[in-house]
Structure formats: structure tokens, C-alpha cells
Design a protein around this ligand. Structure first.
Ligand code: ZN
Length: 388
């Protein structure tokens, strides 16, 4: 926003300076001496923060000298900055269609028009405009970056893959993590419609990038859904080894798979080892719910106490109180305490984007706040604060 604001002030100021340097001959213009005065009034109104009155002054200036392309641009950008996209688009389209423009001027008009479309949420038109811009050598890379943003916003994952690969080839940029995520998105869509052949093809392409734990995690899930539990265990053990921080995301599923393969002792060891060593709330909760289901509430209570002694946390204490409440459902005080702890624990148990601070109640690979990938550490806020 700040950038846009200064851009708006600097652009008319530069235009005014250029005007004076060129020795603008007001007398030969249709507006006579009125035009520079109207224009100066617009700039000073803009500088004093009165953008509505500034717009009126610039509209007047445009009427006095309709040939001034820069003036139209200033006005169009002002409309866009205050969210009046319809007028911004109308103005920039009018400039773009003017017959006397040279190539550079027409490209500048198209760039502004594309910007209007994207900010107005007219993504189809923005895509068409940036595609045209990408054919101009000087605009090629900037247009590809904007196209990539559009494809991600619109969930057009294959177009996103193609564009990111073009950026890698043409600009030498590294987009491996994003490309892996785009393939994972395609794989998840295929998995939802139970097209495992298509899902596995995408997962293979994602794993090849070796850039995000999401790919092997997904490979394990696809294998498990197809009944290949040995394969799932192999993938998830790889995750635990290569990305230990992310093992909290799959520890429950891994224990389930080991248990279903007939190794109940192995599954329990895995969970008890998690409780003894991991300080992740997610891993703790996944382990505790399974111990409660497999060994009963008594064993789970002992495990929760063990976790609390080693690593005191509101979430672990809340889990312990819930287990106690299950054993004594008529205890009114316990019910109150358990409810209170649960509310507070839930408030703290959120994930936070390390780039922009966006909070999410579920773990996500893509931040809705800033658009970054892999920006959520797989740790709840409570744990992060404890560690800092
Ligand atoms: Zn973010």
C-alpha cells in the first residue's frame, strides 16, 4: 500500500518536472495557461492526502489536453489505488486503443491494464493481458511471475508447473519447492476421485524435486489408501529420517499402519518413544489417543503424566484432564476445569506462518496470508513460544 501511495505521488511529480524541462508551451495548447495550473493543483492536493479532489483536478486537466498520455496514466492509477477499478480499466483501455501510440507506450498501457484486471479479481482478462505482455522481450520475466501468481490463485496447477519451469529455464530461478507442491496439489485432487494412477504419477514428479516433506508424506498416504501398508511405512519412515521436524504430522498414521501389519508391540513402542522424546503437541495427541484406544485410559493417563513431567504444557495438561473426566464423568468441578483448559489450549494451539505471522488452526503447506509455500513450521504456537 505504501509503495502504491508513493508511486502515485512520484509519478505526477516526475511528469510535472519533465513538463517544465521540456519548456511546455502552454499558449499553443488548447487549454492555454490553465492546464499547468490545474495539474499543479492536482499534485498539491495529492500531496496533502486529498485524493478525491486531486482526481477532480486531473479529470479537468485531461479535458484540457486529451493528448497527454501520462495524465491519463496518473488518473488511471489513482482510480485503481482507491478501488475504482471500472474507471481505471476504462481509462487504461482507452489509452491502449489509441492509434498514435508507439510500441513502448502501448506496452506500458497494457501493463497498467493487466494490473487493473488482477486487482479487480478479473483473472481471465489479467491472464490474457499478461500472456500478451510475456511476448514482449522486456516484459517477459515480469509477466511470467504475474502469470504464476494468477495460476496459483486460480488453482490451475498444470499451468503453474509449466510457468515455474519456464522461469527456471529462462531466469535461472529455483522453483523446485513450488513445482513439488503444484504436483502434490494435482495428486490430492486425483486421490479424492480415487484415480491413484494419476495421483502416483504426480507424486513421483513431486518426490523427484526433493524439496518438500509433503511429497513423501503424500506418497505414503497414497500407498496406504491403495492397501500397500508396507509401502506406506517405508515412505513415512523416510519422512521421519529426512524431515524429523515433520514426523509429528505422520506419526499417528505410521503407528496405525505398523499396528495393522500385525506388529502391535512395534506400534506401541513407536508411540511411547514419541511421548518420551518428542516435544510436539501434535505427536503427543496422536500418540495419546492411540494408547487410550489400544491399552485403555489407565495407560494413557500414565503416558500423559510422563509427558507433563518432562515437558509441561497446557495441551498435555488439558489432555490429562480429559482422560480423568472420562473416568469420572459426574465430577462437576473436573468438568469445569477440563472445559476451561480445553478452550485455552485450543486458543494457543495454532500454527503460525514464519513469513507473515498468519495464524491457522490446521497445518497448511500454503499460507493464505502471504502466498508462501512451506512457511508453517509443523509446531503449534504453544510449542514455538516455549522454545523461544
Ligand atoms: Zn504467510
Amino acid at each position: 500500500m505504501n509503495f502504491e501511495f508513493w508511486h502515485l505521488i512520484v509519478l505526477p511529480a516526475l511528469f510535472a518536472a519533465g513538463w517544465l524541462c521540456r519548456g511546455f508551451d502552454a499558449k499553443q495548447r488548447a487549454g492555454g495557461a490553465e492546464l499547468p495550473q490545474t495539474y499543479s493543483r492536482g499534485v498539491s492536493l495529492l500531496l496533502s492526502g486529498e485524493s478525491d479532489k486531486a482526481i477532480d483536478a486531473f479529470v479537468e486537466a485531461v479535458k484540457l489536453d486529451p493528448q497527454q498520455i501520462e495524465l491519463h496514466h496518473v488518473l488511471g492509477n489513482l482510480f485503481r489505488a482507491r478501488g475504482d477499478f471500472e474507471r481505471a480499466i476504462r481509462l487504461h483501455r482507452h489509452i491502449y486503443n489509441r492509434a498514435e501510440l508507439n510500441d513502448a507506450e502501448r506496452t506500458a498501457a497494457l501493463r497498467e491494464l493487466a494490473e487493473d484486471y488482477i486487482q479487480a479479481g478479473l483473472f481471465d482478462r489479467a491472464e490474457a493481458a499478461f500472456r500478451r505482455l510475456s511476448e514482449v522481450p522486456s516484459e517477459h520475466l515480469a509477466a511470467l511471475h504475474r502469470l504464476l501468481e494468477i495460476y496459483v490463485t486460480e488453482h490451475e496447477w498444470q499451468a503453474a508447473v509449466d510457468t515455474a519451469e519456464r522461469l527456471e529455464a529462462k531466469a535461472g530461478e529455483n522453483h523446485s519447492a513450488e513445482i513439488a507442491h503444484f504436483h502434490c496439489e494435482k495428486a490430492e485432487i486425483a486421490m479424492k476421485r480415487k484415480d491413484f494412477e494419476a495421483a502416483d504419477a504426480e507424486i513421483t514428479l513431486a518426490v523427484m524435486q526433493r524439496a518438500t516433506p509433503r511429497a513423501p508424506i503424500l506418497a505414503g498416504r497414497s500407498a496406504a489408501l491403495q492397501g500397500n501398508l508396507e509401502g506406506a511405512v517405508r515412505w513415512w519412515r523416510e519422512v521421519a529420517q529426512d524431515y524429523p521436524e515433520h514426523s509429528s504430522l505422520i506419526i499417528g498414521e505410521l503407528a496405525d499402519a505398523v499396528y495393522k501389519l500385525g506388529d502391535a508391540a512395534g506400534a506401541e513402542n513407536l508411540l511411547r518413544d514419541t511421548i518420551a522424546r518428542s516435544d510436539s503437541v501434535d505427536a503427543f495427541e496422536a500418540a495419546l489417543s492411540r494408547i487410550a484406544a489400544w491399552d485403555g485410559a489407565e495407560a494413557a493417563t500414565t503416558a500423559a503424566r510422563q509427558m507433563l513431567q518432562r515437558q509441561p504444557s497446557l495441551s498435555a495438561f488439558s489432555a490429562l484432564m480429559e482422560l480423568k473426566l472420562k473416568a469420572a464423568p459426574d465430577d462437576a468441578d473436573l468438568k469445569l476445569l477440563s472445559g476451561l483448559l480445553k478452550r485455552h489450549a485450543r486458543r494457543l494451539a495454532r500454527y503460525q506462518c514464519r513469513h507473515c505471522g498468519f495464524l491457522a488452526s490446521n497445518f497448511a503447506w500454503h499460507c493464505l496470508g502471504c502466498g508462501a509455500w512451506d512457511s508453517f513450521p509443523p509446531r503449534r504456537l504453544e510449542e514455538s513460544k516455549r522454545g523461544s
